[in-house]
Write a new protein. Structure first.
Length: 218
């Protein structure tokens, strides 16, 4: 356990250090992209997608994975979507906030997917693979929203994903994101949590830290 905990550093580096195409070799042709969604409930078929954030993962010339730019969008619930009051209380999302600047579901997804597809191509990957904390939850909402909006070019693998809850359970003995970040010496503010952008940033740091520590142990 200590061998994973001992390292404390920031994994983002200038773009000049990025080794183009190296990430494809590391993950069997897949480009990892950290995703976090905030929703109106737990059912991807009936409940609203309210926020989505994405952080592509790239690789430096020394073989370490690093975070790329944050992509994020607030989402207008699709017509007829279920939104639980408890979900809004949990996330703190105010759907009537005039500064929310939300976009229709299809537009929001295309704003996220287009730069990801460009990165997939630029780094010689065959497609993206979703990375998330309890990943099948996020993947389910991404897939359901893509189907509703008839998006033909969803960049993500339809069922494979990397789950940082599982990875953190292995590396730190913790499966809750806040506790895993604490064990990994990653600052985590519970007051800021449960926004897609904040949780995606912390999940991306956790993923990079575990993968890079494993790389150094080989």
């Amino acid at each position: 356990m200590d061998s994973f905990i001992e390292l404390e550093r920031e994994f983002s580096k200038p773009l000049g250090d990025i080794a183009e195409g190296a990430i494809a070799e590391r993950f069997r042709g897949f480009l990892p992209v950290v995703i976090d969604v905030e929703t109106g409930g737990f059912n991807s078929a009936t409940d609203a997608l309210l926020e989505i954030a994405a952080i592509p993962i790239l690789m430096t010339t020394d073989g370490e994975v690093v975070t790329s730019d944050l992509l994020e969008c607030n989402v207008i619930p699709f017509e007829g979507a279920n939104i639980e009051d408890s979900a809004l209380q949990f996330t703190g999302i105010d759907l009537q906030d005039p500064d929310r600047d939300a976009r229709p579901e299809g537009e929001a997804l295309r704003n996220i997917f287009q730069p990801i597809r460009r990165l997939v191509k630029a780094h010689n990957c065959k497609r993206a693979i979703l990375v998330a904390h309890n990943a099948h939850f996020d993947l389910g909402f991404v897939n359901a929203a893509s189907e509703r909006c008839d998006i033909k070019r969803n960049p993500f693998h339809p069922f494979s994903c990397f789950d940082t809850a599982t990875l953190a359970g292995l590396a730190y003995g913790q499966t809750v994101l806040a506790r895993a970040c604490e064990e990994a010496n990653i600052e985590f503010d519970s007051k800021e949590a449960h926004s897609a952008a904040y949780d995606a940033k912390k999940t991306a740091k956790l993923f990079c830290k575990i993968v890079n520590k494993w790389h150094r142990m080989q």
